[in-house]
Ligand binder design. Sequence first.
Ligand SMILES: NC(=O)c1ccc[n+]([C@@H]2O[C@H](COP(=O)([O-])OP(=O)(O)OC[C@H]3O[C@@H](n4cnc5c(N)ncnc54)[C@H](OP(=O)(O)O)[C@@H]3O)[C@@H](O)[C@H]2O)c1
Length: 154
Amino acid sequence: MLKLIVAVDRNNGIGINNKLPWTNKEDLKEFKRITLGHGIIMGRKTLESIGKALPGRTNYVVTHKNELPYENVILIHDVNAFFESKRASKDVVFVIGGASLYEIALDYVDEMIISEVFGDYSCDTFFPKFNQDSFKLSTEVAYDGFIQKRYVRI
Ligand SMILES: NC(=O)c1ccc[n+]([C@@H]2O[C@H](COP(=O)([O-])OP(=O)(O)OC[C@H]3O[C@@H](n4cnc5c(N)ncnc54)[C@H](OP(=O)(O)O)[C@@H]3O)[C@@H](O)[C@H]2O)c1
């Protein structure tokens, strides 16, 4: 099963200069709680931004390159084939960004966990618009500084 997890600001901004635009410890804690024990798939730039494979999760990284200077990552070249195979699997894989991966993933994910961070930040990377008719809001939980919304595919 494929899911997506992202934190966006009021304008759907997600990043600047290959970093997160904000610091929100509680959202990072939630990210860890939700993804731990599962697969995660990210674009090569997001891996560079994080700086290492995240422990306790199977780390898949999408790239055109044949090698990357990181340990414990599985390189993926054909992301559509990967999504096709994982959407039919019982294993859960989370798409964790960045924008280029989210754009492709929107056609495949069954669930989206979107943290809406309060405020406007200076951003150069944005979460793509998704078809509101394809997903319905299932839960909404308020945290300090953000609201976590869970959408499921209709
Ligand atoms: N707020 C959040 O929740 C959140 C989450 C994640 C990331 N971010 C932010 O998002 C930004 C990065 O996003 P981004 O869109 O610039 O980069 P990205 O999606 O992380 O990585 C882009 C790279 O992924 C590879 N790639 C993408 N599509 C591919 C395909 N179809 N086939 C093969 N390789 C493919 C390419 O790597 P190669 O160049 O190696 O071929 C491409 O350069 C950063 O600012 C980061 O902090 C925010």
